[in-house]
Ligand binder design. Structure first.
Ligand code: ATP
Ligand code: MG
Length: 649
């Protein structure tokens, strides 16, 4: 299946009930571009303000005075939008449906219950000495207390920094020290896929490594395993929480006061402390959540990301709650106890909107249709994906097998830095092309440029930049404004550089082709990794593929492909030949991999993204300096790949 052939109209039944139409999208988009101040003055009111803003946008992307401010004279507390204002009409509505690691373990929290739990949590933090502006590090499993902890920080004006519960003590310590966080919130243990994660033990180790930085550790009881509590430092949530009030006045915050720091996942190097602020972020989170997911009052919305990623921040916690939606939170993994789990959870809780990542879709596709077809899924009406370009093959499978060709797919392109979705086929407004990010969200102006910064028009390929700010834009790298300026505004001064490559087709659809650093240049032809990888994945024998460039005497760069085969297919030289022929016929001789290495697994970040930076080193045969590998999910696969490398000197 080649890249552009799959065009899907909006499924008819969906179109009938969609909140948006193509005309409405065009009208709103135009308004957002022609008069951004007017547009955002209106939509900025969608959240709750203590003191309404009168200024809308104050932004300069001039590198000598670079600042991004939205609604800057307004005062608010984001938890008033997420909790207080929901009580009157939605007090008894489920805010969080929690599904535990084991299928018989689940419970629901209404908006009123969540409100009181967050207030208690806020009072506990105050008792511990947390004050407005303090950084609080969260190292939590996927339990409602993770959302509560974030909201409690926000309620008292503290800045949360969530560190994924799968990270090592070293990675945790590095992030604690980077933002000088004196407080940590964790649990005794986490539970994932039937396995225990020693969160408290890891926290103790991280506190040692952080050498006295951490003054207080708040511990949530998840499994009840005995953990050591350090006198004077460690406190149990259930003990202090029982003694405090269940109301807590929200701290008035300026719109531009920090809400959270979130370290990016580290696909490309040392993690950056991305800083988001209260007003603009919440407007963006709630607005994108409503429009991207065609939100209705009765929806059960499930974003399967971890709260440790920005996707979890925006689409498990802040977006859904600010919209008064029901947000499902899942503690486990897609394949435990069986590869039907995702779909069983959908059936159990009547999920209507499901949002996940290509890595999960590919992993489940590898198991065949059986585990999906064993379930009903009839409540689903919309599917979504985020995190990497989705291979058309995986898109088609998701659409047909999971969604029974009934549910549109929203392929949402965005970044930790952008706060929420930027490019997306808004459901009901456009035909869908499998694998295309498609169109800009309201207020977003994407452009493609060449290496010199020349803007490219029409059907073309280039580097993706955004001109003009949007409310959810990151404000700085915490403690390092210069790094913010350098990373995003020096390549194309006056514009935001995304770091991603992109193609625009004849219909004006945007296709993300992968990271610019990953672009391969074969005999002067520039190629995104996504295109070659998708060609490989479209072969029946291939489950997953990663492609990188390596130095080649004649062509400048050759193409090196790492290939994981589907269950039951053995790697062989014949298969290599077949795959080379396949890519040649799908894209052309120029894209044909020179070297193919069969790989039982690929190195990925903890959020499931392929780390091509490491694969490139192995392909270059220079693997002794792999750089920061602290965010790798399974470091073991790297050694195996080094052993089997195809380009030995
Ligand atoms: P780091 O910036 O530390 O290297 P990261 O870029 O992986 O880490 P995120 O902010 O989580 O951290 O990921 C954003 C990136 O993920 C985008 O720049 C893009 O490369 C990729 N991405 C996200 N969603 C999509 C999508 N729908 N289609 C294509 N690529 C996507
Ligand atoms: Mg990035």
């Amino acid at each position: 299946m080649s890249q552009d052939v799959s065009n899907h109209p909006v499924p008819e039944a969906f179109a009938k009930q969609a909140n948006l139409t193509p005309e409405k999208y065009a009208e709103m988009y135009e308004a957002s571009i022609k008069d951004p101040d007017g547009f955002w003055a209106e939509h900025g009111k969608r959240i709750e303000w203590m003191k309404p803003f009168t200024q809308v946008k104050d932004v300069s992307w001039d590198k000598d005075d670079l600042h991004v401010r939205w609604f800057a004279d307004g005062t608010l507390n984001v938890t008033e939008s997420c909790l207080d204002r929901q009580l009157e009409t939605r007090g008894a509505k489920p805010a969080i449906i929690w599904e535990g690691d084991e299928p018989d373990d689940s419970h629901t929290l209404t908006y009123r219950q969540l409100y009181h739990a967050v207030c208690r949590f806020s009072n506990v933090l105050k008792e511990m000495g947390v004050k407005k502006g303090d950084r609080v590090t969260l190292y939590m499993p996927m339990i409602p207390e993770a959302s509560m902890a974030m909201l409690a920080c926000a309620r008292i004006g503290a800045i949360h920094s969530v560190v994924f519960g799968g990270f090592s003590p070293e990675a945790l310590a590095g992030r604690i020290v980077d933002c000088q966080s004196e407080f940590v919130i964790t649990a005794d243990e986490g539970v994932r896929g039937g396995r225990k994660v020693p969160l408290k033990e890891n926290t103790d180790r991280a506190c040692d490594l952080a050498k006295g930085m951490v003054k207080k550790v708040l511990v949530v009881e998840r499994t009840g395993v005995g953990v050591e509590m350090k006198d004077g430092r460690d406190v149990w949530l259930h003990e202090v929480g029982a003694e405090v009030d269940d109301t807590c006045a929200p701290e008035p915050m300026n719109a531009e006061d920090p809400l959270f720091i979130l370290y990016t996942s580290g696909s490309t190097g040392k993690p950056k402390g991305v800083l988001h602020t209260c007003g603009g972020y919440l407007v963006w989170a709630s607005m994108t959540h409503e429009y991207v997911f065609d939100l209705k009052e009765d929806d059960v919305f499930w974003c399967s990301a971890d709260v440790g990623w920005v996707t979890g921040h925006t689409y498990i916690v802040y977006g859904p709650l600010a919209n008064g939606a029901t947000s499902l939170m899942f503690e486990g993994v897609p394949t435990y106890p069986s590869p039907s789990r995702f779909w069983e959870v959908c059936d159990k809780h009547g999920v209507t909107i499901f949002y996940t990542a290509p890595t999960a879709i590919r992993a489940l596709m590898r198991e065949g249709d059986g585990p999906v077809k064993a379930t009903d899924r009839s409540t689903l009406r919309l599917l979504g994906t985020v995190g990497e370009p989705i291979n058309p093959e995986a898109w088609e499978w998701y659409f047909r097998t999971v969604g029974d060709s009934r549910c549109p797919i929203v392929d949402t392109w965005w970044q930790t830095e952008t706060g929420g979705t930027m490019i997306v086929p808004l459901p009901g407004t456009t035909k869908m092309k499998s694998g295309a990010g498609s169109h800009p969200f309201f207020g977003v102006v994407p452009k493609l440029v060449d290496a010199e910064g020349e803007v490219l028009e029409g059907a073309t390929q280039g580097n993706l930049i955004i001109t003009g700010s949007w409310p959810g834009q990151m404000r700085t790298v915490y403690g390092d404004h210069e790094r913010f300026v350098d990373t995003y505004f020096s390549a194309y001064p006056g514009n935001y550089f995304t770091g991603d490559g992109c193609r625009r087709d004849e219909d004006g659809f945007y296709w993300i082709t992968g990271r610019v650093d990953d672009v391969i240049n074969v005999s002067g032809h520039r190629m995104g990794t996504a295109e070659v990888e998708s060609a490989l994945v479209s072969h029946d024998a291939v489950a997953e593929a990663a492609v990188v460039g390596y130095p080649h005497d004649i062509k400048g760069q050759g193409i090196y492909a790492y290939v994981t085969t589907v269950q039951g297919v053995e790697p062989s030289d014949e298969l290599k030949d077949l795959l080379q022929k396949h890519v040649r016929s799908e894209i052309g001789p120029i894209a044909c991999p020179d070297l193919i290495q069969f790989a039982p697994g690929l190195p990925k970040t903890r959020s499931g993204k392929i780390m091509r930076r490491i694969l490139r080193k192995i392909a270059e045969d220079s693997y002794d300096s792999l750089g920061d590998t602290s965010t790798l999910a399974e470091p073991e696969v790297v050694d195996e790949l080094i052993d089997g490398r195809q380009n030995k000197a």
